[in-house]
Write a protein that binds this ligand. Structure first.
Ligand SMILES: *Cc1c(COP(=O)(O)O)cnc(C)c1O
Length: 373
């Protein structure tokens, strides 16, 4: 197949623009770390953890190396391991399910709803004698239906680990995500809303005991310099990243507001041609991704690229149909909603620096595609 190079008018990501805006502040933060030589944990990490806990409305925030480790450690700290089942959604990023398997437990998928989030009724039907936890994902930056999930979990004695990787700042009935379950897990990967210049992650909890366990677990199980209580990870939040995150945190709310304004623009302009996400009264979505459901997705994506608009698909292969999941025994047809969404989802560019002209091009390209169809 010939490789065609299109001139991108609307690229999917914006890292260079972001750097241009706050690059000097970031360099100064990195320089501070280099000058004081405090490379492992230390004051930058502590400062970030305090800011993150306050922001998420929780008692404790613990910085870690990435969002996947956060999920694995959260499950382990809650005592989940071999023989246990954890219920999650099949339409998430791979890591939601991988974390369950890496903790030694078995992922158990249930279908999602039109809003791309896990179906609480389906959770209840999937609960069996081995079920120990629910791992809802706040996919695209929209909070999962946490009240119902909490009710189901309470009735059956299950713990809740929130996969809030895509949703920092989102609220559900006024509560920020990360404070809606037993432990919240965030990714601070470059593509996420609060992003490091590399890998980083965060765990949140209101439980003092769990916070202590998680703090030790990310640092070899050590309770002090020389004494370890259990086998732990080396999964500390890197100090250079923490210094940059302290800078970026100041701009998070403005960036989120810009994403929300873009989402409103897209939803108003595209609501008649594709299915667009709609925010409900009880929620505040942060639109990590703006995902539409559409007919002729692959052809539309190709047309957009011809017009200079780069889009992505999150995610074309549901997790239960990945080769990695083969041993779990799922088949095509098991989760019809998630599978249909995998064929129909398209993610439009959405970031703070998107201009009116760029947004207009995205919209007009999509509208032209459907004219005459
Ligand atoms: C990004 C992401 C993760 C994993 O985070 P990393 O920091 O890349 O390890 C987990 N779950 C979801 C839903 C994600 O989007």
């Amino acid at each position: 197949m010939a490789i065609v190079h299109h001139r991108l008018v609307v690229p999917y990501t914006n890292f260079t623009l972001q750097y241009a805006a706050i690059g000097e502040e970031l360099l100064a933060a990195v320089q501070r770390v280099l000058q004081n030589g405090d490379f492992i944990l230390g004051s930058e990490v502590e400062r970030f953890e305090h800011a993150a806990a306050e922001y998420c409305g929780v008692r404790h925030a613990i910085g870690v190396a990435n969002g996947t480790d956060a999920l694995v450690m959260a499950l382990k700290a809650l005592g989940i391991g071999p023989g246990d089942e954890v219920i999650t959604a099949p339409n998430s990023f791979l890591a939601s399910a991988a974390a369950i398997a890496l903790a030694g437990a078995t992922p158990r998928f249930v279908d999602v709803r039109d809003d791309l989030n896990i179906d609480p009724d389906a959770i209840e039907r999937a609960i069996g004698p081995r079920t120990k936890a629910v791992l809802p994902v706040h996919l695209t930056g929209r909070p999962a239906e946490m009240n119902t999930i909490r009710d189901v979990a309470n009735r059956h004695g299950l713990v809740i680990v929130e996969d809030a990787a895509q949703a920092i700042g989102a609220t559900y009935h006024g509560q920020r995500v990360g404070g809606c379950g037993d432990i919240g897990c965030f990714s601070l990967h470059p593509l996420k809303n609060l992003n490091a210049a590399g890998d980083a992650g965060l765990m949140t909890t209101n439980d003092d005991r769990l916070a202590g366990v998680l703090r030790q677990m990310r640092n070899h199980g050590l309770r002090n310099r020389n004494e370890a209580d259990f086998w732990g990870f080396n999964s500390r939040l890197d100090t250079v990243q923490a210094a940059m995150l302290n800078v970026k945190f100041q701009y998070l709310d403005a960036a989120t507001e810009a994403r929300r304004a873009n989402a409103r623009f897209y939803a108003a302009a595209l609501g008649d041609v594709v299915e667009v996400p709609r925010e409900r009264d009880h929620e505040h979505c942060v639109y990590h991704t703006f995902v539409v459901q559409c007919d002729g997705r692959d052809a539309l994506q190709a047309r957009l690229l011809e017009d200079g608009v780069e889009t992505k698909v999150h995610y074309p292969i549901p997790i239960h149909l990945q080769r990695a999941a083969a041993a779990l025994g799922y088949r095509k047809g098991d989760f019809p909603v998630a599978e249909r969404q995998a064929d129909r989802s398209l993610t439009l560019p959405n970031y703070q620096e998107l201009t009116e002209d760029q947004k207009q091009l995205v919209v007009s390209s999509i509208c032209r595609f459907y004219e005459g169809r």
